[in-house]
Design a protein around this ligand. Structure first.
Ligand code: URA
Length: 436
């Protein structure tokens, strides 16, 4: 097979079969196909989008470019969750233990924060000693013993995605829906899951801001997952303002552990947590309906079994288990802080999620570039959300950083995210649609 022939076919709008797509994915992973031909093919596939069958075949081919996990020896449904990313979206930290406590096997593969969005792996690493780089054998053993593991992508898992994503980034071809779908699902297919719950965000802080585009992505993800034999649901959630009250690694971990400890969580965060939990539990065949799944989710939080799952995971992955009983004491919090207060009476009508995400990066909680280090104790706690009444002098948010200059700059950025008015304004509906 010659890459030149495949390139010509795609350039002219022709279709590839699985063998050809496997040749491309393997060539990307091994380096056998040069970057200039891969980039040219990506542009051809951007202009002549992959068909549904090609997308499913390419997803499979990308997954098979590396080593696939084999979890078939585990009894029961194996369900993961993927979020397209947001600000304050630490839902996975509570969701994974909840679904596992309800009896679902949860291999949750997560990523790191980049740009304005946070990453689950960084949040988990706020727990001292917690390891996210696990071998396939270790993941299997932990899942067999506890039903839960949260880990990062290994070099063997869908290696073609790393190469192709970098080339898409450099060739203006990231926004192709079939290529996005293949990229996301190749990593999920390689995990050997039976079910997947997708949280597809839209709005200012989302990967795709436009609702219609996000919906198209959700539908394409579901279509492809079904062709691959994965039961899939997509929940379309607004990301106009940060989710919950915490933005930052240790800060978000603390919020999630406190919810598992039975504390009343922020209403928007709890709504997303319960809906996603309900679906994970349903797709994992531990509830007949998502509603029954939601009731089970509430029950495993109330009886402490979800917290116990979190404890087991922290112990298995080498973390300091004292965090589970005393998160405030054992999670990092940066030493310097500043309060942003309401200057005048009125209502908070906007807290732009993307700008708050950028503020958290400036404070040190996130990364502008993949190689940057993060300050696990930096971030912010919100005391007011969009729609809330403001009383002069009351705190809107408390910002944390380890560096005085970053704190000053982060504050400036955060303040630019806020708009106030004398009237409350209209609040966006949080969960706009569930597509299954
Ligand atoms: N997330 C991914 O993993 N891949 C994409 O292409 C876009 C978002």
């Amino acid at each position: 097979m010659r890459m030149l022939d495949l390139l010509l076919r795609k350039r002219c709008g022709g279709e590839h079969d699985f063998k050809e797509l496997k040749f491309i994915a393997d060539g990307a992973a091994s380096g056998a196909i040069p970057d200039y031909q891969l980039s040219a093919w990506l542009m051809a596939a951007f202009l002549n989008p992959l068909s549904k069958k090609e997308t499913a075949d390419f997803t499979k081919a990308m997954a098979l470019s590396g080593k696939k996990l084999d979890l078939k020896g585990l009894k029961g449904g194996r369900v993961d969750k993927h979020s397209t990313g947001g600000v304050g979206d630490g839902v996975s930290l509570a969701l994974a233990p909840v679904a596992a406590a309800a009896g679902v096997i949860v291999p949750m593969m997560s990523g790191r924060g980049l740009g304005h969005t946070g990453g689950t792996l960084d949040k988990l690493e706020a727990v001292k000693g917690f390891k996210v780089r696990l071998s396939a054998g270790r993941v299997y053993k932990q899942l067999k013993a506890t039903g839960l593991s949260m880990f990062g992508q290994t070099a063997e898992l869908a290696p073609s995605d790393k190469k192709l994503y970098a080339l898409r980034d450099a060739s203006c071809t990231v926004e192709s829906l079939p290529l996005i779908v293949a990229s996301i699902l190749s990593k999920k297919y390689a995990e050997d899951i039976t079910g997947l719950v997708m949280d597809v965000k839209y709005g200012s802080g989302a990967f795709l801001k436009d609702f219609k585009k996000s919906r198209e992505l959700a539908v394409a993800l579901i279509d492809t997952a079904k062709l691959l034999g994965i039961r899939c649901v997509a929940v379309l959630t607004a990301m106009e303002e940060p989710l919950g009250l915490a933005v930052g690694n240790g800060i978000e971990m603390e919020q999630s552990i406190n919810i598992l400890r039975g504390e009343k969580g922020p209403a928007d965060f709890m709504e997303v947590l319960e809906v996603l939990s309900g679906w994970m539990i349903h797709l994992g065949s531990k509830a007949k309906t998502p509603e029954e799944g939601m009731a089970k989710a509430r029950a495993v939080i109330a009886d402490g079994s979800a917290l116990e799952k979190m404890r087991q995971m922290v112990r298995w992955q080498g973390g300091d288990v004292r965090v589970v009983d005393n998160p405030e004491k054992f999670l990092p919090k940066a030493k310097l802080l500043t309060d942003v207060k309401a200057a005048k009476a009125g209502y908070l009508v906007k807290m732009d999620a993307r700008t708050v995400g950028h503020a958290s990066v400036v404070l040190g909680a996130g990364r502008a570039r993949a190689e940057d280090a993060v300050d696990l104790g930096a971030g912010l706690i919100l005391y007011r959300k969009v729609g809330d009444r403001l009383v002069p002098g009351e705190i809107i948010a408390r910002l944390y950083s380890s560096d005085a200059e970053k704190l000053r700059e982060g504050r400036k950025t955060f303040e630019s995210a806020l708009s106030t008015d004398l009237r409350p304004g209209k609040k966006t509906k949080l969960i706009k649609e569930v597509i299954s």
